[in-house]
Structure formats: C-alpha cells, structure tokens
Design a binder for this molecule. Sequence first.
Ligand code: GLA
Length: 382
Amino acid sequence: MNIQDIKKVYVEKFGTHDAPVYTSPGRINLIGEHTDYNGGFVFPGAVDKGITAVINPNNSEKVRAFSIDYNELSEFGLREEDAPSQSWARYIFGVCRELTKRGLQLGGFDTVFAGDVPLGAGMSSSAALESTYAFALNELFDGQINKFELARVGQSTEHNYCGVKCGIMDQFASLFGKAGNLMRLDCRSMEYRYFPFNPKGYRLVLLDTLVKHELASSAYNRRRQSCETVAAEIRRLHPQVEFLRDATLAMLGEVKSKVSAEDYTRAEYVIQEVERVLSVCKALEKGDYETVGRKMYETHRGMSKLYEVSCEELDFLNDVAKECGVTGSRVMGGGFGGCTINLVKDELYDNFIRTAKEQYLSKYGKEPKVYDVVIGDGARKL
Ligand code: GLA
C-alpha cells in the first residue's frame, strides 16, 4: 500500500489532512544469529520494506490506532493498566509505556498504519512497527531520546509487553539502517560500523517457507535461558566471562559435566557463531564471497543441528540451494520457520529460483515466496 493510500484512510478515519508520516524498515541479517543476546556480533541491514504510519497528536490522553492490514481499530489509554487486547496494538502501547518510563511527556494521538514487510517471515515486522512509533513519538512529543535508546524502547516492548526476550539486533537495524550498507554491531558495546554491500556478480535473495510456528517465542526464550545458564557456569571458573561471547570452546569443555547436554550444544553453537561473524567481516573486506558463503552454510548447520531452531522446510530449501551450487544459504532470523537467506551468483539465480519453487511445490504443495534483497534506509519521517 502506498503512502497516499495510507493518508487517505487517515483522513477518512480522523479528518486531518496534513498529519506527518513516518516509516521504519524490517531487516535481513547476513550472519550472526542468536548472538545479540549473548553480547556478540551481528551483521544486519535494513530492507526496503517496512511499516508506514500517519501519526498526529490529538490533545487527549487516548490513543486511537487503526491497522489497515488487520482492518481493526484499537483505542487505549497511556497508563500501565490500559493495555489493549489486540496483540498488534500491544506493540504500540508497549512503545508508549517504554517511552514514558524514559521521561517522555507523551499525550494521546491518532494513527493509521500499514506494512509491506511480510509477517512471520523472520524479517522483523515487529521491530519495524516498534521503531516507527518510537522514532515518531519521540520527535512529535519533543523527546530527547537518542536512537540507541529508541532501539532499547522497542526491545523492552518485546520483553515487557509481548513476551519475547529478544536481543537488540532487529530494532538497531530498523533505526540505524543505511541504503546499500550492512552493519556490523557489537551488541555489548553497541559500537557499529557500516559495510557497503555491493557484491559484484552475486545477489542476495530470501526464500520464504511460509511456515510460522506458534510456539516460536517460548522456544526462543528457552534458548536464551540455556545460554545464560551456561555463561553463569563458566563464569564460576572464569569471572571475566560476562556473556557466551567471552567464552571459548575450551572453557565450555570445562563445564561439560555441570550443564545439560542440550544447554551444552546450544552454547557450542553460539561460541562458534560469534567467531564466524568475525571471519565473515574479514572475508568481506577482501571481497571473498566464497568464504562468506561457506560460513553461511556452517551457520545453517549449527542452527539446525546444535541450536535446533530450523525446521524441515528450511532444511529442505537449504539442501536445494546446495544442489543448485548457491554460494551461501542459511535460515535467517530467530528461526522456527520464515526465510532462508541465499547468496547466489548472478548466472545461477534463475535456475535456483525455478528449481526451489518446483521442488518445494511438489513436496509441500505451495511455492516459497521470493524476496530480492534491497538494502534500504532506517527509521525516518517521510
Ligand atoms: C530475533 C530476535 C533478535 C535475534 C534474532 C536471532 O529476530 O528479535 O534479537 O536474537 O532473532 O539472531
């Protein structure tokens, strides 16, 4: 849906013609999965798809929010006890609460929003929604909250109002994205660096399995718990280990008998993945995309066999990529469904997409959705 259409709905619902419009994108991640809440590195970029909202203060204490995609209106107050029942509206409510906790003098507002970032595809539509409102409300109500803290507003919304103990990657990417650039973020220090990403002769493409697991958020939270349990155990022997990011496989070996076999393999994946992000950075600097691709396959194996956040359909598409000679392929984002991200040579692209569609259709009765990645800008006023 384009901006004019969203504005039109706003005028129909709330009457005002010149209300401001804000947008924030979803994200991809080249490598560094489930490393963010372990204090490690991630390598995301914003996409050219996101959430766009018309928002205007209404001089009351009430929010009136209309979701075009759900064709639903939600009205709620700004106090802790005013939480709306619709789950999409809880993201906006949560952002309001988290901004208020950080001192913003927030009043009511009217808003209409729509998105073109696919839901449940692992491209972080929820971070796009949170970042749109965090960024817009901070500006509209004269807040002084910086973009790092706005990212934390979105993250705390997930933790406190939506039940997902996520890391900072998605909200960071949505706020700091820059067209044509990936970003390497150190999730402990929050230092980041832009990497222009224009791999000559290759394309990045997402294949969406269209699978979305209902229990993904509790499984996600359990993974995080495993990581924290193992880090705490290692810390007893090595007090400098704050997160798994600081641990080595040798340290992990020392606590093998103290942790469950499951927690052990979870931690093994994370420790290897933190290392992989750094080797991918080096490879990218040299334009060595073959190494980048190899590391992506390694990540997929780790996420599937050790971290266990893949699923049959994702593994299937990963195998198809391998058979088609795709340079790199892996499950992207939290997992449990969603997309694979694929680094594929120009000349292999058509055959890969055709083969993936045919084989997926004959096995699962539907074609995967295909998204060519265009790396876009972060949160902004339009
Ligand atoms: C989800 C979370 C992120 C990150 C990824 C996995 O997208 O929101 O914080 O943990 O999963 O890398």
